[in-house]
Ligand binder design. Structure first.
Ligand code: KG4
Ligand code: ZN
Length: 337
């Protein structure tokens, strides 16, 4: 049995074909990075139009790589929440249309939950029950994942997502977009203790994040404050590296502390992580140290399943087995469900 899954929640147009046994036959992603670079961030209208242009070629390529025709597809899966509404609508509409035309069931998925499920796909064994941490450009959230179909939100960010904070601080440091990988690179030469940036809710006993204060603290350190008595020192290569390293350390400290809290709260011995920010080596190392300290297993999928993709929508297989199908009036929902 073949599943065709579609993804267009932000700036990646993706299609994947997988089987009932979660064997991924193709995982095609068309990135729009060049389109948004000049604006320093994703422009929703441009993203939606590019999805429209890219979707059919991406589906064609996914079918070609899987060596099947569209008529062999037995089920359509789509991420319908959360994301940019104009972007989500492209694949939600296409998925509904394919479901009608091919006369196959439609399955609707939460993109964030699929990010966690990506860990199950690369693991050789069961990962549930686990704590799920999703750290991407759009989301920072921790879930209690009792089972693949029972993932409940423990807490998320009040404002910016972790990846968004990386991108905005990279813009302040004028090192380009997307900021995460560039910032990590220059942080290697910096001192993570050079600046003491804020770590929101670090000592508090609740699972919640906020990165806007951290971003503002970096802004003041780099550009200074209006009417301040002193102006900030000149931005040297070393100072830039120190700011980057200190910022990165603040984000990592908070993500690790909240993941640890969630492991204590749930009592689960496993942490599953997804989203583009887990490409960050400092974060990976810190999570490895923390989970080994807590006697817990850590699951991180390969990067092709961490960044936005449609193969992680193999969560649809779990929904298929319990007959959890979506109606044809399925809507795109920008906000977290
Ligand atoms: O999951 P993803 O590909 O797309 C979203 O759904 O947002 O994540 C992209 C985010 C961007 O904000 C990017 O700056 C960040 O992940 N990112 C990183 C690194 N690589 C990508 N952040 C920190 N360190 C990295 N090495
Ligand atoms: Zn994502």
């Amino acid at each position: 049995m073949y599943f065709l899954a579609l993804e267009s929640s932000c700036d990646e147009t993706a299609a994947a074909v997988f089987t009932e046994d979660r064997v991924v036959l193709s995982n095609v992603v068309a990135s729009q990075n060049e389109l948004h670079t000049q604006f320093g961030g994703v422009v929703p209208e441009i993203a939606a139009r590019a999805h429209l242009r890219n979707l059919l070629p991406v589906i064609d390529e996914a079918l070609r790589q899987a060596n099947i025709t569209i008529h062999q597809v037995n089920c359509i899966a789509v991420h319908h929440t959360p994301g940019l509404v104009g972007a989500l609508l492209i694949t939600v509409t296409a998925a509904k249309m394919l479901s009608v035309v091919l006369d196959v069931p439609l399955i609707a998925l939460n993109h964030i939950q699929s990010h966690i499920y990506a860990c199950r796909m690369s693991a050789e064994k069961e990962i549930f029950p686990c704590v799920g941490l999703v750290v991407s450009g759009g989301h920072t959230a921790i879930f209690d994942c009792a089972s693949p179909l029972q993932m409940s939100l423990l807490g998320s960010t009040r404002d910016d997502a972790a990846g968004e904070a990386f991108d905005k601080v990279a813009a302040i440091l004028e090192i380009g977009f997307p900021g995460g990988p560039k910032l990590e690179k220059i942080a290697k030469a910096g001192n993570p203790h050079a600046f003491s940036f804020p770590r929101a809710f670090l000592k508090e006993n609740r699972i919640e994040f906020s990165f806007s204060g951290l971003k503002t603290a970096v802004l003041y350190e780099v550009k200074g404050q209006k009417n301040a008595a002193t102006t900030p020192p000149e931005m040297t290569t070393q100072r830039r590296a120190d700011v980057a390293a200190s910022f990165q350390q603040a984000v990592v400290d908070v993500l690790v502390a909240k993941s640890r809290q969630a492991l204590h709260l749930t009592g689960y011995p496993r942490l599953a992580v997804g989203g583009g920010v887990i490409a960050n080596q400092t974060l990976r190392t810190a999570l490895k140290v923390m989970t080994s300290d807590e006697n817990c297993e850590l699951f991180i999928p390969p990067m092709s399943l961490c960044t936005d993709n449609a193969a992680m929508a193999a969560l649809a297989v779990e929904k298929y087995h319990v007959g959890d199908f979506a109606p044809l009036d399925l809507d795109a929902k920008p906000n977290f469900l």
